[in-house]
Design a binder for this molecule. Sequence first.
Ligand SMILES: NC(=O)c1ccc[n+]([C@@H]2O[C@H](COP(=O)([O-])OP(=O)(O)OC[C@H]3O[C@@H](n4cnc5c(N)ncnc54)[C@H](OP(=O)(O)O)[C@@H]3O)[C@@H](O)[C@H]2O)c1
Length: 270
Amino acid sequence: MDLGLQDRVAFVAGASSGLGLAVAVALAQEGCRVAICSRDEDRLAVAARKIAWEGGTKPSNVLPVVCDVTDEAQIEAAVERTVAQFGGLHIMITNAGGPPTGFIDDFDADAWRGGLELNLMSTINLCRAALPHLRRAAAADGHARILMITSVAAKQPVPNLYLSNTARAGVQGFAKTLSEELGPAGITVNTILPGFTRTDRLKHFVTEIQAHSDKTKAQIEAGWAEANALKRIGEPEEFAAAAVFLVSGPAAYITGIAFPVDGGRIKHLL
Ligand SMILES: NC(=O)c1ccc[n+]([C@@H]2O[C@H](COP(=O)([O-])OP(=O)(O)OC[C@H]3O[C@@H](n4cnc5c(N)ncnc54)[C@H](OP(=O)(O)O)[C@@H]3O)[C@@H](O)[C@H]2O)c1
C-alpha cells in the first residue's frame, strides 16, 4: 500500500528516544521530512543521525530542534523553524515523557501542575502552534494529520499513575472536540495509546514500582506481560507502524478515535 507520505513534513515531539524516535524513523522510511524535538541537544543529534541512517534519507531531511514542550514560546519557535526549513507542515505528532508515579499524598499542587503541563498543556500548545500550517496544507491538497501519543491510561487508568491518568483523559476530550472542528477542513485528529512498550520510560517505571514492591523487576515485567492478551511487552517499532498508518493518506476516513497499541491490555469491549 502506498501510504502517500513521500515528501510530507512531520513534526514529532519527544523524539530523542523511545516511541517518538521509533515513529520518526518509520516516517523517514516512508519518505517524510521529519523535525524532532526534545530538551537535550546531544541526545537529539544522536537521534537525528539514527533517523537519517535507518530511514534511508539525507541528513538534511531530518531537523533536530531543542524544545521543552512545557514551554509555549519554545514550541512556537520549534514549529516556525520546521516550516522555515521544510516549507510547510502536514503532520503534527504530540508527545513528551511520562510523569512520576505515586500515591495521592505524594503530589502537591505544583506536582499536579507539572504533570498537566507535561502531558496535557504540551499537547494543546503543540496543536495550537501547528494549526495555521496544517490548515494551509489541508487547503492545498485536502489533508493534514494530528496524532497525539497518550497512554492506555486514557481508557483504563494505571495504578499509581495519577498524573498520567488525569492528563490523558483531558487530552482525549481535547482531541475529540478538535476532530469535530477540523473535520470539514480534511484534518484528522486521533490519539494513539501505547501499552507497556520497551523504552527508557518503561525502565524508569519498573524501577519506581519496585521501590514500593517486594517483587523483582523481572517479576513486575512478567506480570505486565501476563495481563496482555499477547503475553509480552511491545516493541517501539510495533507502535510506530500503527502511528505511521494513522497519519498516512489512506487513513483519511479515521478521525476522533483513541487507538490502543497495547497487545490486548485494555479489557473493555469497545
Ligand atoms: N513506553 C511505555 O510503555 C508507555 C506506556 C504508556 C504510555 N507511555 C507514554 O508515551 C510517552 C512516550 O514514552 P516513551 O516510552 O517513549 O518515553 P521515553 O523513552 O522516556 O522518551 C520520552 C521522550 O520525550 C522527551 N521529553 C521528555 N520530556 C520532554 C519535554 N518536557 N519536552 C520535550 N521533550 C521531552 C525525552 O527526551 P529528553 O528527556 O531529552 O527531553 C524523550 O525523547 C510518555 O508520555 C509515556 O508516559 C509510554
